[in-house]
Design a protein around this ligand. Structure first.
Ligand code: FES
Length: 176
């Protein structure tokens, strides 16, 4: 029960209470919604715009041989600007159709390599194995195939739309 002091206006007191409650609700929404969105699911995060990375002249890419392509990119995270080293694997069977995989293993995001003897991609962290042509899991703990990336050819140059994906889950969910 609210006690009104002598000389105090009860309508002023309830007005102040309502203003305080409204302010608290707004603050909770401002702080809480982005935090909940970040923790609940990366699927709700706003993705960065597509970054098209120039890989090379399409005609110069040798068919039947997987090639590792590394590049660095600048990441702006509110106040901080950092450089990140990225990697992809590209493969073409015929020089017309190109497949490009994100260079991170889908298990726990280690870098993997091509094993020429067995003709597979091998992740050294927990011995995940992936098919060269399809990226399908051939062995080990990875929960999904390698993550393919969008490609395009413009003025005879091959480009890849680089994205990162959440590791360790069966679904391919872009997070950056
Ligand atoms: S990180 Fe690749 S198999 Fe575990």
């Amino acid at each position: 029960m609210t006690t009104t002091r002598p000389g105090e206006d009860p309508s002023r007191r309830s007005f102040l209470k309502r203003v305080t409650a409204f302010g608290a609700t707004i603050m909770a929404a401002v702080i809480g919604i982005p935090a909940i969105r970040a923790f609940l699911s990366p699927a709700f995060r706003r993705l960065a715009p597509t970054r098209w990375i120039k890989v090379g002249e399409a005609a110069q890419i040798e068919p039947g041989v997987p090639i590792r392509f590394d590049f660095s990119e600048t990441i702006d995270d509110a106040w901080v600007e950092t450089r990140a080293l990225r990697g992809v694997w590209l493969y073409t069977e015929d020089g017309d159709e190109f497949t490009i995989y994100n260079g991170q293993c889908t298990h726990l995001a280690c870098s993997y390599a091509y094993e020429e003897e067995r003709g597979v991609f091998h992740c050294p962290c927990h011995h995940g194995l992936f098919d060269l042509k399809t990226g399908a899991v051939l062995g080990g703990p990875p929960p999904r195939p390698l993550d393919t990336l969008e490609t395009k050819i413009e003025d005879e140059y091959l480009y890849v739309a680089y994205r990162t994906f959440r590791a360790g889950i069966p679904d391919k969910i872009a997070v950056g």
